[in-house]
Design a protein around this ligand. Structure first.
Ligand SMILES: [Zn+2]
Length: 231
């Protein structure tokens, strides 16, 4: 691990926490996701961009690692082209998507990608329409900049592929076409969300996953429950 990981960064703005605090927070968040069943069987990946004076560098989870055991020393440091700068192992296969996201969202400092049951189900259900609509729920206010339950959050859904160069292009286009989106789904695969800190990314993740579960349960139970409430 390179030197900046070990210490605090003097360029760090007050209130955002040090580099090491953000790295610890990312690892704790990954373990929390594992405990919630959102990154089973070594799936999912996480990254943080903690170096304020070297913002191109990113720490990302290695390929094939059990996220339930993630520690700071497991992270791999890469440059803006995805080349390994420090650490052992191979960066996640989806690293190209993280780099596209950091490029398109310059304020983002952390990216979380999980394969939950509900985001997998809903992304498949809404794939043909191109986005998952989330509207009318109080917890939408957990998304930065959203101040009312009446907000319509459109979460873009991209067709999944094992060609990560193609997927990165689709991610770039989706981010450009949806400048206010807080997340992007890959169909029957998982969710990408981000934030200006690990804490903000985690709040977005928790809010979106809650909404996916609500929406999924609503669709599943519609025939059994909703007719009683509908005209
Ligand atoms: Zn994935």
């Amino acid at each position: 691990m390179s030197e900046p990981v070990q210490g605090t960064d003097p360029a760090q703005p007050a209130g955002e926490g040090s580099s090491s605090v953000e790295i610890d927070a990312l690892c704790a968040t990954a373990r929390w996701c594992y405990a919630r069943g959102w990154v089973p069987a070594t799936s999912g990946n996480f990254s943080v961009r903690p170096f304020m004076n070297s913002s191109a560098r990113v720490l990302v989870t290695p390929s094939g690692l059990d996220k339930g055991t993630l520690q700071p020393g497991d992270l791999i440091e890469i440059d803006g082209q995805g080349q390994v700068v420090a650490g052992t192992g191979k960066p996640s296969a989806e690293t190209a998507l993280h780099l596209v996201l950091y490029g398109a969202r310059p304020q983002a400092r952390a990216i979380l990608h999980v394969h939950s049951v509900w985001n997998t189900l809903l992304s498949g259900h809404y794939a043909a329409g191109g986005f998952v609509p989330l509207e009318g729920y109080e917890i939408l206010k957990g998304l930065s900049g959203v101040t009312t339950h009446a907000h319509l959050e459109r979460v873009p859904v991209l067709e999944n592929t094992q060609d990560y160069a193609v997927l990165a292009q689709k991610m770039q286009a989706a981010l450009e076409e949806n400048p206010t989106a807080h997340g992007v789904l890959l169909s029957r695969h998982g969710l990408y969300t981000w934030g200006q800190s690990v804490a903000e990314a985690r709040r977005h993740l928790e809010a979106l996953e809650f909404l996916f579960e609500i929406e999924g349960r609503r669709l599943l139970s519609r025939s059994a429950i909703e007719p009683d409430f509908l005209p």
